[in-house]
Design a protein around this ligand. Structure first.
Ligand code: 5GP
Ligand code: ZN
Length: 136
């Protein structure tokens, strides 16, 4: 447990939360500031700040659990769609620096805005990016 991490405390049950699922590695809880009714968070019990820090096996388990919860969400809420979001770093909108996956139920015409204005993949950007990733 990392001191002063709210999600460590929630995952350990030290701070109360609405728990939808729990196993030895994870807790799935309702978000207290939901984008939509039923917005949930998949939290590992161990502290990792973001996706890059997660061990492969635990990262794999987290996304498999997100899939399982998405199926449950679809059935329980009869939603039309689900956004699966995972923010890494302040620039990407992360506000709690303990890895988590968001699942947000969506309904046709729900007016929720999660998105971006599409840009353009130029030939030079494409060449530059292909080269950068080749170098990795
Ligand atoms: P992030 O912006 O880091 O991807 O998402 C953090 C999420 O955690 C937000 O959606 C926020 O509403 C939620 N959150 C922050 N503090 C608490 C809390 O104490 N309990 C619960 N259940 N959710 C929290
Ligand atoms: Zn933590």
């Amino acid at each position: 447990m990392t001191e002063n991490c709210i999600f460590c405390k929630i995952a350990a049950g030290e701070i109360p939360s609405a728990v939808l699922f729990e196993d030895e590695d994870f807790r799935v809880i309702l978000d207290v500031g939901p984008a939509a009714k039923g917005h949930m968070l998949v939290l590992p019990k161990q502290h990792f700040a973001n996706l890059y820090e997660m061990p492969d096996e635990l990262a794999g388990k987290a996304f498999i659990l997100a899939k399982k919860m998405a199926r449950k969400m679809k059935k329980a809420l009869n939603c039309d769609g689900i956004n699966v979001l995972q923010n890494n770093g302040e620039a990407a909108g992360q506000t709690v620096f303990h890895f988590h996956i968001h699942l947000i139920p969506r309904y046709r015409n729900d007016m929720l805005k999660i998105g971006w204005k599409p840009g353009e993949l130029t030939q030079s950007d494409k060449a530059e990016l292909l080269k950068k990733f080749e170098e990795e």
